[in-house]
Write a protein of this length. Structure first.
Length: 261
């Protein structure tokens, strides 16, 4: 399955206790009603891009569970259930596993203990994957996923972000938007893993915008990052701007809010 062409998505409505989730951002507490509205608009945007969207109800057991991308890595050949690195998120995978198993994937695999893996650390680039080694995804989890991907016919390379205090997940800092193009934080752009790609470099004042998502003909982009938006337009991409202020407060971005396949 091409990284930029999707027909379906799974999302989960943020719960009323959304503000109790994990965050390293210092932007204040999110406004739940506004987060709910922003999430609904996000779902509408996925539909506008041609996706059939399965909307799961809020799960108050897990305040972070609206960030469904962390629960699985999806390919055409298999769905790989993850094992989140934060203890408070441990039950989120089982809570969504039935939907993933019902998604029509030829097989369903799982990351096992002692491996930890968050889907937000995994960036698909065609038949290649960048695997983020982070404070949430450990060496064992990344190694397990790499072995699964190799068996499925993919290649992979590891990007170690453990020393970067300003980044939670790999996909906070990079996004693949098709056409051999990566959106990437300026301070990561010279990493050898990213050589050979066309790069759109994101300056520190627009860091949050780097977590954008190519969905069929559009690139979903957080509103408020004019330099990035202009660069996308200059390169003939079609940005679709979405207000994400309340999710930014909780270390969440556009990719985090859906499992796309």
């Amino acid at each position: 399955m091409a990284a930029t062409h999707f027909t379906k998505a799974i999302v989960r409505i943020p719960g009323s206790n959304f503000a109790e989730g994990l965050t390293t951002a210092e932007l204040g507490a999110p406004n739940y009603e506004l987060a709910f509205q922003q999430h609904a608009r996000y779902c509408d945007a996925l539909r506008e891009c041609g996706l059939q969207v399965t909307v799961l109800p809020a799960d108050l057991r897990y305040p972070d569970s609206t960030f469904v991308e962390d629960a699985a890595v999806l390919t055409a050949e298999a769905a790989i259930l993850t094992r989140p690195g934060a203890a408070s998120r441990a039950g989120e995978v089982e809570a969504i596993a039935a939907e993933i198993r019902g998604g029509g994937f030829p097989s369903v695999l799982s990351i096992n203990e002692p491996g930890t893996l968050d889907g937000g650390d995994i960036c698909e680039v065609g038949r290649h994957f960048f695997l983020g080694l982070s404070l949430r995804s450990n060496e064992e989890g990344v190694q397990q996923l790499g072995m699964f991907l190799e068996a499925l016919g993919y290649t992979a390379s590891v990007v170690d972000i453990r020393e970067m205090q300003s980044i939670l997940h790999l996909k906070s800092g990079i996004a693949y938007i098709g056409e051999n193009t990566l959106v990437v934080w300026e301070e990561m752009a010279d990493l050898p893993q990213f050589q050979g790609y066309e790069l759109i470099r994101v300056s520190p004042d627009e860091h949050y915008g780097a977590n954008c998502v190519r969905v069929n003909d559009c690139v979903l982009v957080a509103e408020g990052f004019p330099k990035l938006t202009a660069e996308l337009e200059c390169r003939a991409f079609k940005p679709l701007l979405l207000e994400m202020s309340e999710f930014e407060k909780m270390d969440g971005g556009l990719s985090c809010l859906s499992l796309r396949f």
